[in-house]
Ligand binder design. Sequence first.
Ligand SMILES: O=C[C@H](O)COP(=O)(O)O
Length: 251
Amino acid sequence: MRRKLAAGNWKMNGTQAALGELTGIAGAATENGAEVLICPPATLIAAAVAKGAGLAIGGQDCHAKASGAHTGDISAAMLKDAGATYVILGHSERRADHGETDALVREKTRAAWDAGLTAVVCVGETLDQRDHANTLDIIGGQLAGSIPDGATAHRLVVAYEPVWAIGTGKVPTTDQIGEVHDFIRARLERRFGAGVGRSTRILYGGSVKPSNATEIFAVPNVDGALVGGASLKAADFVPIIEALNAAAPEA
Ligand SMILES: O=C[C@H](O)COP(=O)(O)O
């Protein structure tokens, strides 16, 4: 059985004052419900671990190397040392802003696994790619290129985030989400075997809000969400967690 996952990506938002939101968010995390993950800026990870009892805390990126002369970067082991258990990798904003390729994301994922972190590997098509009916080819290529051999359901989560849906208020239809999630599930089963493929969680991300969460979580093979803007405030994120808790478990 796949435990559902409500993941919040705070991106480059938040100072110490933002940690006050964690109390309300943690209040919605129950032992038998969805796992709740918050990925704050790196500066807040240790404090979030201290304050966010009942929450998993993650990083938003890590370097591919374990240590060395890489000014400004953070290794997977450093995230782990600060108390993180997850790290988001290959987010489209990093692919766009920092030129991250599938090959680099694969190296980072390997580094995350070596440090004992669960990697949330992001994939997603641009609007132009969707308009040219290339969505599944793009997703298939990103999956093949960004995930190293040796995946397990414990150390891998896949997040499907259409680039055109991030922060735009535009959301794919439930049929479009379902098509991509079914495709990702099939690719994971084909490459890593039925056991790993069926037990790996696949999140949807892109303009998830309290108003659309229930509909999205009813789509088969949607095991939760990677939420940006609506994870910054407990008042927005808690109803999303509750919608996930209310969603039927996967068949
Ligand atoms: O990582 C989160 C996604 O980029 C979604 O962001 P958003 O919920 O603000 O659209």
